[in-house]
Every structure is written in C-alpha cells, then in structure tokens.
Design a protein around this ligand. Structure first.
Ligand code: GLN
Length: 547
C-alpha cells in the first residue's frame, strides 16, 4: 500500500520545502521504507528547460532527459536514487496532457473542466509515480507559497486524495518564524496565518515544520499547536544549519520520522542513518581549505548574490572536497568583469582551481575565455562543464592553433567565423522552426573513455572498471570534428567520445596538471556519499597544485 505525504509552504518562498521533502524521504528510507518524491512546479512552462536560471535557479536533468526543477537534484542527492519524468510536473505539463486527451476525444464528449479534470490528472500522476516505483511513500512537494493563485489546484488534488483515502494521506506545512531585530522575539503569527490559508483550501496540517534562524522553543511550539490545531509534538523545530545535510538528523532528533509512521499506524523496519551521520561529522571536522573560483554570470541580482543557478556544481565541489578531507571555499567570479578588464583575471592565481560551468548566450563569454586562457597558461587546474568545455576549445583554437576567428555558431554569425563549436545537423531544423522546448541533446548518453587518459584514470580511481560511462547532457552545440585533428595535434585531445554519433564528450590537455572539459554535466550525478570521479580528480589536482 502506498502512502502520500504532501508538503506545502507558507509565509514566504525559499523556506526549504524541497530540502524538507528530501530529508523526510531520507529518514523514512533509513527506517526501511521505499520512498519516492514528486515536485509540482506551478509554472505554465511545460518544463524547467525554458526558464532563465536567474529567475528559477538551475535546470536539473534526469537520465531520461527531463528538464526539471533543482529540487529533483536534492531528491537524488538525499535519497541516492535516480529520478525521471515521473518525479516532476508543472501546470503546463498537466494542462498539456488534459488538452491533448480532450483533442483525442478521450473524455467521451464530456465538458472538460478545470475542476475536477485538472486535479484528477495531478492525482493520476502522483499515483503513477508511487505505482511504478513500488513506493511505500510518495512525498509530494507543492511548489509556490500558500495564498498564491497558481497552486490552488494542486492543493485541491491533495484535498481530494485525503477525502478518498483519509488514512493514507498526510499534510506537512513548512513555515517561517521571523525574529524582527527591533523586537528581538520569534513571532508565530505568520505561521498561524499560513495554517489558516491551508485551512481555506480545505486542508488541516498534520505536522508543521517551523523554520527559523534559531530553534523554536516550547512556549512557541505550544502557541503554534494551539492556534494551528496540531499536537505540540508535531511542531518540528527547523533552525538554520551550516549544511543542508544536517537536516535529516535534526528532524530525526525532533522525532519527526516516528511521528509520521505513527500517524500511518506503522513502525520502523530498521534504523540506519549511520552513513549520513558520518558524513555530517566529516563536514563539521576542521579541515584545510581548498579554494575554488567559479566564473559565471547567473548569480548577480540587484544587490544580492544568488547561488541557486549553480547548485549542483556547488554540491559536487563539496562532495568531492569532503571526500578528500578538505573544506571547500567557493567564490563567485564575474565573467563580465573579466570581459571589461582582462587584466583582472590575475586574481585567479589566488585560487587552487577554477570552474566555468554551463551557460547560454553571449553575455560574459569573452571574459570566460580570458579566464580559461589564464588558467591554461599558468597551469591552474581548470574544469569546464559543458559551455566551459566549449569555451576552452574556442580559447585553445584561437590562441594555440592559430584559428583566430574560432567561435561557436551559438555565439557568432560573422561570415569569416570558424565554427569550432557547431550545431548538430539534426538540431538545425529544430532551430529553424523555433522548436526550442525539450529539444536539446538531453539526458544520459554513453561515453567511451580513452585508455591512458586523465579522464579514464579518474573514473578508475573511483572504482569504475568499464571504459563506457554514462553521463547527462543538456546542450545543442558540439565540438566540430572538422577542426578536431588540428586541435588534438596541438595537445587538446578528445579523451571521451560518444562512438555512434562520433561526438567529443571530454577534452583534456596534455602536460597540464588538470585542464579538462566535459560536454556533459558531471555535477548532476554527484552524490554526497558518492562524489563524481571527475570532480574528485579535479579537487585532488587543486590540492596538489597548492602544495
Ligand atoms: N550553450 C551551450 C549549448 O547549448 C552549452 C549549454 C550548457 O552549458 N548547458 O551547447
């Protein structure tokens, strides 16, 4: 039998619903249950592939090529399991299925209405995830904040499920308790209001996860309990923590896992958060630093810095650094600054290693190329992820191979441009017809590693004995094989290739401590207890270079 736990958020966005879902999942998993999670994004966008990272954060990609919300990355990292299209839906995706079905006369002449047909479609998707994954628990994260118009139909789906199976459905409300500086006291009123908004949707919360800067004390737990109608034991204190990986342990120490099981009339089948506790201990142990500079453009918003756009990259750096017993210090470096003032790249010598992550479009590109040139010449470990690999090839073609006008067709249409990075043949008609959504090279692709290469050794060190590996992609452009012989002759070799379509997947430079780029996104497959081989090798090179 499958049980369903809905998680909704009140008071403000970014209160940590995704991490709450991932952490509850982790605890239930550690107690011996099969868990899956579904994220509902209220956007009309059919998937996250068409959303700007500055607005929506990172686009995560699963093996089956679903472009989804960054929370799916959290689910994968916490639950150590691969997600798929089953784990993600948006308003756009839901409406698209209903409308397609209507056009196919599958509603048998009925009037198709927002209610109940939209919530019914949502319910059927949630149930499908539970069934296909044979899950004991499906955790459902309702995106957005209570009080918004756009998530009402998803709450309605939850309400309908509770009505149909009252014993199998539970609601968790995640809220925020502010401590206004001039008052100095933690305030519960916004939480009370959030609970009421949930009540308006016909839903009573079973558990309230109370996020705040510090732990929620007993008097406030009692107050929340009284005004929101939950047992004081079901008010879970969730203070800010240094590392998100502590949260399952905090929840467990607050008794959340067993409270949930009790409500469903279940008891733990086993108890094992050992690995996880060990990980958190490593995170907290005092360690030497490894300093990584990330050159990008998706983090400046007004006076604030956003980290969401590169979340998997940051997490992958952390996982690898912890495994190498180092404390990672990540610094954001503005590509546009280097573009305006190339001599500013000098600051890169103060880092142990530099990463240029994925990206699209021209803004900041010449700055990134300058940064790559600096790392290549000064032998600073450099790791290029997708766009970061393409730009390394452009830099090398221009400055080492003498192809002065080397560029990518994505970035220049000049007549004399030499497309060392070019669009694949099958992509051309898609672009011509403006079919942008969900049409990039996506998801898991095979890559054959070259014997004796740095890449092959890195995977071997992580226990990978095969020479074929699988990694996740999200891009439209590729290394142009026309230029590859010259580029390889000069020392930048394709050490990983997709054999069927003859595509360069990994490029690495001989005679450099670490100058390597991947056409895929290795960061998407890094897990806290199983860091990605290439990130690990990069961090090893950074540590060595520093010595
Ligand atoms: N813009 C490049 C492409 O589409 C790189 C994409 C990426 O970094 N994910 O090929």
């Amino acid at each position: 039998m499958t049980r369903y736990i809905f998680v909704a958020g009140g008071v403000m966005s970014s209160v940590g619903k995704g991490i709450t879902v991932a952490s509850i999942g982790k605890i239930l998993q550690s107690k011996g249950f099969r868990v899956t999670a579904v994220k509902i994004d209220p956007y009309i966008n059919v998937d996250a592939g068409t959303m700007n990272p500055l607005e929506h954060g990172e686009t995560f990609v699963t093996d089956d090529g679903t472009e989804c919300d960054q929370d799916i990355g959290n689910y994968e990292r916490f639950l150590d399991k691969d997600c798929s299209s089953l784990n993600y839906m948006t308003t756009g995706k839901v409406y698209l299925s209903v409308i397609t079905r209507e056009r196919n006369l599958e509603y048998g002449g009925k009037c198709v209405e927002v209610v109940p047909h939209i919530p019914e479609e949502v319910i059927s998707r949630i149930k499908k995830a539970g069934k296909e994954e044979k899950a004991d628990f499906v955790l459902v994260e309702i995106g957005g904040t209570l009080g918004e118009y756009q998530n009402v139909l998803f709450l309605e789906a939850g309400r309908m499920m509770k009505l149909a199976e009252p014993k199998n459905v539970l609601f968790v409300l995640v809220t925020y308790l502010p401590i206004p500086r001039m008052v100095g006291e933690m305030k519960t009123k916004p939480t009370q209001n959030a609970a009421r908004l949930l009540n308006e949707a016909g839903i009573q919360p079973d558990i309230i996860v109370a996020r705040s800067e510090v732990a929620v004390d007993e008097p406030r737990k009692k107050k929340i309990s009284m005004f929101c109608g939950v047992d004081p034991q079901d008010v879970i204190s969730a203070p800010d923590v240094e590392s998100i990986y502590e949260i399952p342990i905090n929840f467990e120490d607050e008794g959340l896992g067993n409270r949930i099981l009790k409500k469903f009339g279940l008891s733990p089948r086993k108890k094992d958060l050992q690995d996880w506790r060990k990980l958190v201990k490593t995170i907290h142990t005092k360690k030497r630093e490894v300093r990584i500079g990330v050159v990008g453009k998706y983090f400046e918003t007004g006076d604030f810095t956003l980290m969401d756009s590169y979340i998997s990259v940051i997490e992958a750096i952390k996982h690898a650094s912890w495994a190498e017993k180092r404390n990672p210090v990540v610094t954001w470096l503005s590509a546009e600054k280097y573009e305006k003032n190339p001599s500013a790249t000098k600051e890169l010598s103060s880092f142990d290693g530099v990463i240029v992550p994925g990206g699209f479009g021209n803004r900041g590109v010449e700055g990134k190329i300058k940064a790559i040139e600096y790392c290549r010449k000064r032998k600073i470990p450099y790791f290029g992820l997708c766009f970061g690999m393409q730009l390394a090839v452009i830099e090398f073609a221009r400055n080492v191979c003498g192809i002065k006008n080397a560029h990518s067709t994505e970035l220049s249409s000049a007549k004399n441009m030499e497309p060392v990075i070019d669009v694949m043949e099958e992509q051309k008609s898609l672009l011509k017809d403006k079919r942008y959504g969900g049409t990039m090279r996506l998801g898991s692709w095979a890559c054959v590693l070259k014997e004796g290469s740095l890449a092959k050794k890195a995977y071997e060190k992580s226990g990978e004995t095969k020479s074929v590996i699988y990694e996740r992609h999200r891009h439209r452009y590729e290394v142009n094989n026309k230029y590859l012989p010259l580029i390889e002759k000069k020392g930048l070799i394709a050490s990983g290739t997709h054999p069927e379509a003859d595509l360069a997947e990994i490029m690495e430079l001989k005679g450099h401590p670490f100058f390597l780029g991947t056409q895929f996104h290795p960061e998407l497959k890094s897990r806290p207890l199983n860091p990605h081989p290439l990130f690990r090798e990069f961090i090893r090179a950074c540590i060595k270079a520093r010595r």
